[in-house]
Design a protein around this ligand. Structure first.
Ligand code: ADP
Length: 652
């Protein structure tokens, strides 16, 4: 037996605003409700009933006065303690049942226990008991959307009593129901009251008020009458302290993880209840994360390719240049010249070839003489001047095979060999007698195509000219490429300068690793960078669309947010709920994106003829990019949701 009031308001006021717009919604209200009472608070619209309910329900703070709930002075409590006290002591029933429509009756009835962090088994049994008391066991697996208005309101009562509260606060619980369902709801509340639960109903319905034992009338924020039929001393104290104590005894960490798991499941069910929206968002995150994985994969594979070629070249290749600017004109690089002959005589040398470059703008290579047609394309690819030895040391081959000899013939013919792609881009169909291109306004015979590119894949896109074909054009970057027996480059890089120019060896420059510019590295990284930029943009776009979708969802779900807060959910819990939604969709996008990225890398590498190279950390990066952009997209909506004032939100 308890003679302590469960609700004790002492001179409580609530004032909104200040200055001329100031409104006193509650004016020095004092009220004591004993355990087991059934009280109706009545009054005209605007009299302060909802404000009183918000103060009683710990959804709002009074401006002055004292409020003790179940013996606890709430004025002294911080927000998290108020949340817990609300969850453990109060059960709410609203005018509109505030169901999560896509969830089942049992799921809805268990919401307060979820917020509390009650383990699943205990939750199921308490919800079972609550639904049984409301005669709804047969509907427990039905989605709320398929329940009638009366059934939903009974589920709402089951939700309120599942947490075994000391007090049920009901705000116009029959306002949206017909008389038959109203009677049923009142009967259920009565029955609960007879079993010991304190019930406080806010209503303007006289029939409902008549069902209560005590009627408190409020006008202009002040209590004007109180029938005061307190039955406190006649009723047994049936407050559920032991059950509440058990919950409190459970470790806070365990309850946190139970809640976290529930928030994760709730996030999943939000997405599964809107599959089209979820699929669109997932696709956006997947493309972004996949693109990122793909771009890094392409760059890594290209880099691996370059490394492989460099390693190969460094084993058996040396590049020789003269420090003199006039070396080309002085015949330093001539096929049978002094330098080439001196190098050829050294031990470990397998062959020597000459190569230089000419700018496409200078050479102006066209298919027809200039002026023959109104406008014709000028070849824009790499243009090399080389001798037969160069193609030889690369392991390249021409078709017909003797065509390469013409590059070094002593009678200095003006000839060109075309890479396969270069021939296609110029529109040269056949080679041999009669086939010509025009170099700097002069005809040059096309004597063959480069059938095998050997070590320099760039030859596919290139035109190789004989020295005679270049007329007065100035070549750049001239060099002698020396193929050596594997392992000889280091020794030869010391011997060659002495052999070529014994008087002044410093005039001869040696490189032991192939020139990077001859490799497709540039092209490959360009592709990687492009894919990378596009995927970062896609990720941003995905985050933005997800943020907008989630922001709209926060607006649409404000009744749910209010309900969760009323049931005791903290701001942190509401924030986590929405953040989790972003995380779930972002993570799903990240996983599928990583898989998509791997497939794309394999396809690109197959097309380029590379070995796919992708470190596992890139997959982790894809997943991380998905998760991070998902969480980022949810940040603002989650903050908006968490900040919602429960007292305002609950008014709808
Ligand atoms: P009832 O529920 O009886 O209709 P309310 O408690 O909603 O009455 O309102 C009481 C008074 O307080 C009204 O004059 C109302 O305009 C005012 N009021 C309620 N909430 C707010 C608020 N958040 N800001 C300003 N005034 C408010």
């Amino acid at each position: 037996m308890s003679t302590e009031p469960v609700i004790e308001l002492d001179d409580v006021s609530r004032v909104f605003g200040s200055g001329p717009t100031q409104t006193t919604a509650l004016n020095s209200v004092s009220l004591r409700v004993m355990p087991g009472e059934f009280v109706a608070i009545i009054g005209p619209s605007g009299s302060g009933k909802s404000t009183l309910l918000n103060v009683l329900g710990l959804l709002d703070r009074s401006t002055s006065g004292h409020y003790r709930l179940n013996g606890v002075d709430v004025q002294l409590l911080g927000e998290s303690e108020r949340n817990r006290l609300r969850n453990e002591t109060l059960g709410f029933v609203f005018q509109d049942s505030r169901m999560l429509l896509m969830d089942t009756a049992a799921g809805n009835a268990s919401l307060g226990l979820k917020v509390r962090g009650t383990p699943w088994a205990a939750r199921a049994s308490r919800v079972g008991v609550a639904l049984h008391r409301l005669g709804l066991m047969h509907r427990m697996s039905e989605r709320a959307i398929n329940l009638s208005g009366g059934e939903r309101q009974r589920v709402a009562i089951a939700r309120a009593i599942a947490t075994q509260p000391a007090v049920i606060l009901a705000d116009e619980p029959t306002g949206a129901l017909d008389s038959k369902n109203s009677d049923s709801i009142i009967a259920h509340l009565r029955e609960l009251n007879q079993q010991g639960v304190t019930v406080v109903i806010i209503t303007h319905d006289t029939t409902v008020a008549a069902a209560a034992d005590r009627r408190v009338e409020i006008v202009d924020g002040a209590i004007v009458s109180d029938s005061d039929h307190a039955r406190a001393n006649e009723l047994e104290n049936t407050r559920r302290e032991p059950a509440v104590e058990r919950e409190r005894g459970r470790s806070a960490r365990k309850r946190f993880f139970i809640r976290l798991w529930d928030e994760f499941c709730d996030a999943l069910s939000v997405h599964s209840s809107k599959p089209a929206r979820a699929l669109l968002l997932l696709t956006a995150f997947m493309l972004g994360a996949g693109g990122l994985v793909c771009s890094i994969g392409i760059s890594e594979s290209a880099a691996a390719q370059v490394t492989e070629r460099l390693t190969r070249a460094s084993l058996d290749e040396v590049v020789v240049r003269s420090a003199s600017a006039s070396a080309y004109d002085e015949g330093f690089y001539a096929p049978e010249g002094k330098a080439a002959s001196a190098i050829a005589g050294l031990e470990g040398v397998k062959g020597t070839g000459f190569v230089a470059k000419i700018s496409a703008a200078e050479a102006r290579i066209t298919l027809l003489p200039s002026g023959a047609v109104a406008s014709q394309p000028v070849f824009g690819g790499p243009i090399l001047i080389a001798d037969a030895g160069y193609l030889d040391v690369l392991g390249a081959a021409a078709s017909p095979s003797h065509a390469t000899d013409l590059l070094s013939a002593s009678w200095a013919p003006r000839v060109a060999l075309l890479g396969v792609d270069a021939a296609a881009s110029l529109g040269v169909g056949t080679t041999g007698p009669g086939a010509q291109v025009w170099v700097d306004g002069e005809p040059v015979d096309v004597v063959g195509v480069i059938a095998e590119t050997g070590r320099n894949p760039e030859l596919r896109d290139s035109i190789v000219l004989s020295q005679a074909a270049t007329g007065n054009l100035t070549p750049d970057n001239a060099s002698l490429v020396v193929r050596t027996v594997p392992g000889y480059p280091a020794a030869l890089s010391e011997a060659i300068p002495l052999a070529v120019n014994p008087g002044d060896p410093s005039q001869v420059r040696i490189e032991t690793v192939a020139d990077l510019r001859n490799l497709r590295f540039g092209v490959a990284t360009d592709l990687g960078t492009l894919v990378g930029i596009v995927s970062v943009l896609l990720l941003l776009l995905a985050s933005m669309s997800s943020a907008i979708a989630m922001y709209l969802s926060v607006q649409a779900r404000s009744p749910e947010i209010a309900l969760r807060r009323a049931l005791g959910a903290s701001r942190g819990s509401v924030w986590r709920l929405f953040t989790m939604e972003g995380l779930v969709i972002g993570a799903a996008g990240g996983v599928s994106g990583a898989a998509l990225g791997v497939c794309a890398v394999v396809v690109v590498c197959m097309l380029q003829g590379w070995t796919p190279t992708l470190s596992p950390s890139v997959l982790v990066l894809g997943l991380f990019a998905g998760c991070a952009s998902g969480v980022c997209s949810a940040t603002y909506p989650a903050i908006v949701a968490a900040r919602a004032d429960p007292a305002i939100a609950i008014r709808g």
